[in-house]
Design a protein around this ligand. Structure first.
Ligand code: FES
Length: 206
């Protein structure tokens, strides 16, 4: 190659397309590494809690542990749910601590229904019809519904069955229970009620 005036072009003094191309490739590689690294980091940030949830027993459903309470079956009635709290103890590689949980308990045909406080729509804590720490008559939906979810307005009757136009897809979950030899209730794992069951009978244990 030579200049316009005819003098030869010295190596390294003119446009070097190959070098520019190499620089461009390097830039692309740099951007690829940066973007790839950022994506991997963001993926880790997002995935880490899910991994913890998958293995952490606080968030994991299932398990057959039963927890002692200070309630007896005679503490509850067939008219209105009663709001009570019990303590679950978590003790494993991740946690060793007491975790409070609150539930609503009513009797149906002599058997207890221990209802979860978790709305079955998106998981908010439902409110019961309670005034001054006492259960009162259902106060929502013209007096038909005892629970109401503050998030999107799902309403549930005294047995935790949702109103037809609630976004909640199913009744409040129930907890298994047993009565210990000392007469106190022990609360086990929670479970979902099937549609077939709640249309006929809100309490599958009856
Ligand atoms: S979370 Fe309860 S209605 Fe949406």
């Amino acid at each position: 190659m030579e200049r316009r005036d005819g003098t030869p072009l010295q190596p390294g003094t003119g446009p070097n397309l190959q070098l520019d191309d190499e620089k461009g490739l390097t830039r692309r590689q740099f951007l690829t590494y940066v973007l790839g690294g950022t994506g991997a980091f963001m993926g880790t940030v997002v995935a880490a809690p899910l991994v913890v949830m998958a293995f952490d027993p606080i968030h994991r459903s299932g398990g057959e542990a039963y927890y002692k309470t200070k309630w007896k079956p005679s503490d509850f009635n067939e008219q209105l749910p009663t709001h009570v709290t019990f303590t679950q103890h978590i003790d494993d590689a991740w946690n060793s601590k007491d975790v409070p949980n609150d539930v609503y308990v009513i009797k149906y045909q002599g058997k207890l229904m221990i209802m979860s406080h978790v709305c079955t729509h998106l998981g908010c804590h439902v409110d019961g019809s309670i005034k001054n720490n006492q259960s009162v008559a259902p106060q929502w939906g013209d007096g038909k519904y005892w629970f109401r979810c503050p998030c999107h307005g799902s309403m549930y009757d005294i047995y935790g069955v949702p109103s037809p136009n609630s976004p909640a897809p199913r009744p409040l979950d129930l907890y298994k229970y047993r009565v210990g030899t000392n007469g106190y209730i022990e609360v086990g794992p929670s479970f979902q009620r099937s549609k077939e069951a709640w249309d006929v009978n809100p309490n599958p244990s009856v």
